[in-house]
Design a protein around this ligand. Structure first.
Ligand code: ZN
Length: 540
């Protein structure tokens, strides 16, 4: 059998793997690349296979970086079934049309600019209509049951503890007289997260395709509730707001759960809590309607008519008008809004109104990709540009990856420790290259298992315990090149602003000239050092 790595290889987004076995062809995940312009350009490439030739698609969970290309796949002629857990299918019903809205909106903005520049019109990646049509192909799957979905292909979905409906997928594929077992970890959650069940342990597999988002990190293991209470109380005392950029699906509901507990225990004051994201509001509804997927503790609460996601303090703001009014009010509030990496959406308004206020706090509670505003805040940036406005960063910034929906290095190791026999290989995916590489070393040290980090477009031919890598036949941008391009884009954007300011200083000739000259001299040195480090470009 053969597996081709079509996304999330030496990077985090765009999860998608093509499997070919016994004449069958199917995908695990069909995700969107997210992040910088160079990364998102990958979504526009033609599919690396003929969509009409696929037999089916399996989805590990609803996040857009695992599902976001499904409407485009269906629009391109894929007619088969899309297997996902019931909750994943429900969440896709709101997330795919939401993603389509964003695509339509972006195309409209580009077309407005394009028209002024005399360019032709571009189509969105897919439309809301395409998204709704693709939903008709979904087939809900139960957890924990082995089902033959294609002749010779049997699968089982298991809890992954990442978000509601998330799954680890076991696949038994027959080829000739041999059966190979593959396990896709999907995104693995941290054990003992509120609301959802813990990740399932798998006892054996021939090949594992495993995430490594935090392969080189250990979360700080504090008491999450106490820490949250401390930050909230501290901020209220200063008279500021607590602003939480949170992924609409998953992180938002987890934080609401903690706030529920803290309010019940009287550990935080009675504050308004705004859920300012239409997608998060719809997702919270789906969570409320899915108590069968909760863990035992949350199910108990529901039995006592105390749903952990229902709170009198919660204020859901659907319209843009309601959203704007949040920033006109006096007194402290907790504001949860998307996007989780703070680079788009309504959260930008709340950051604009709070980042400059020393009395406010910003809590980053999830994965922040390189270059995103969230990542730059965790790195201590002092000035940011939001919607064309310069904002100085005075608020307290907290980077709390202990709240992450992803397992850390120890938890990933612990998941592997439950294997009863060594796999033939572990393919490490869904991690920045440094993370995956460090985790491969840990796997070899701790277990002696072989681990391989595929590049985008690589294929692996699996023959029993042997596998052979067929290097990418597709012309993909190397992620390292992409990263350099991303950094360069950021520098270029900053540089335009920099030039403008220098020109202002020169024009006014005020007392800042000496400061600017000193800074410019430093910059010249950095540029020289960089050139020296890169060498003459001859390549070593
Ligand atoms: Zn995810």
């Amino acid at each position: 059998m053969r597996i081709t790595f079509l996304g999330a290889s030496r990077t985090v987004t765009g999860s998608s793997y093509l499997l070919e076995a016994g004449g069958r062809k199917f995908l695990v995940d069909c995700g969107m690349f997210q992040g910088s312009k160079a990364t998102e350009a990958l979504n526009w490439r033609p599919f690396a296979y003929d969509p009409t030739s696929l037999d089916c698609v399996l989805l590990t969970h609803a996040h857009i970086d695992h599902t976001g290309m499904v409407p485009r796949l269906c629009k391109s002629g894929f007619k088969g079934k899309i297997y996902a857990t019931r909750a994943t299918a429900s969440l896709c019903r709101i997330m795919l049309p939401d993603s389509a809205h964003i695509q339509e909106f972006e195309a409209e903005i580009n077309n407005r600019k394009g028209r002024r520049a005399g360019k032709g019109l571009i189509e969105p990646l897919y439309t809301v209509d395409d998204a709704y049509k693709s939903l008709e192909q979904f087939a809900p799957m139960p957890y924990g049951e082995k089902l033959e979905i294609l002749p010779g292909v049997t699968v089982r979905f298991n809890d992954a503890g990442h978000i509601l409906g998330s799954s680890i997928i076991e696949i038994w594929a027959e080829e000739g007289d041999k059966t190979e077992k593959l396990v896709f970890s999907g995104d693995l959650g941290q054990p003992d997260q509120p609301l959802i069940k813990d990740p399932t342990y798998i006892d054996e597999a021939d090949y594992i395709i495993m995430e490594s988002t935090y392969g080189n990190r250990k979360h700080e293991h504090f008491n999450r509730q106490d820490l949250l209470a401390e930050i909230i109380n501290d901020t209220v005392q200063r008279g500021g707001n607590v602003v939480i950029p949170a992924f609409a699906v998953g992180r938002t509901q987890t934080i609401v759960y903690y706030l529920h507990q803290l309010l019940k225990a009287g550990k935080i004051p009675d504050l308004p809590i705004y859920i300012d994201s239409p997608l998060a509001i719809s997702a919270t509804d789906i969570f409320i309607q899915s108590p069968e997927d909760y863990d035992a503790e949350a199910r108990e609460m529901v039995k006592r008519a105390d749903n952990p996601l229902k709170l009198p303090q919660l204020i859901f703001t659907r319209t843009a008008e309601e959203s704007k009014r949040i920033n006109q009010r006096e007194g402290s509030a907790i504001i949860l809004s998307a996007s989780g990496m703070a680079d788009a959406g309504r959260i930008l308004h709340h950051l604009k109104h709070n980042l400059w206020r020393p009395e406010s706090s910003i809590l980053l509670v999830g994965y922040q990709s390189p270059g995103s505003l969230g990542r730059r805040l965790t790195e201590g940036i002092k000035r940011v540009k939001i919607m064309g406005e310069d904002i100085s960063v005075k608020a307290k910034i907290y980077n709390l990856d202990g709240f992450s929906a992803h397992a850390d290095q120890d938890q990933l190791v612990n998941w592997l420790a439950h294997l009863q026999k060594p796999p033939a290989n572990i393919f490490l995916v869904h991690g920045e290259a440094e993370m995956s590489e460090a985790f491969a070393v840990i796997i070899k040290e701790k277990f002696g298992f072989p681990a391989y980090i595929p590049r985008l477009g690589d294929a692996a031919a699996l023959e029993g315990r042997e596998f052979r890598i067929e290097p990418s036949s597709l012309v993909f941008v190397d992620p390292a090149v992409q990263k350099l391009q991303d950094i360069w884009d950021l520098i270029e954007a900053d540089f335009a602003e920099f030039k403008k300011r220098i020109e202002q200083v020169l024009a006014t000739g005020n007392g800042q000239i000496a400061i600017a000259a000193r800074a410019l001299e430093k910059l010249r040195k950095v540029l020289r050092d960089t050139m020296e480090a890169i060498g003459s470009g001859g390549g070593k």
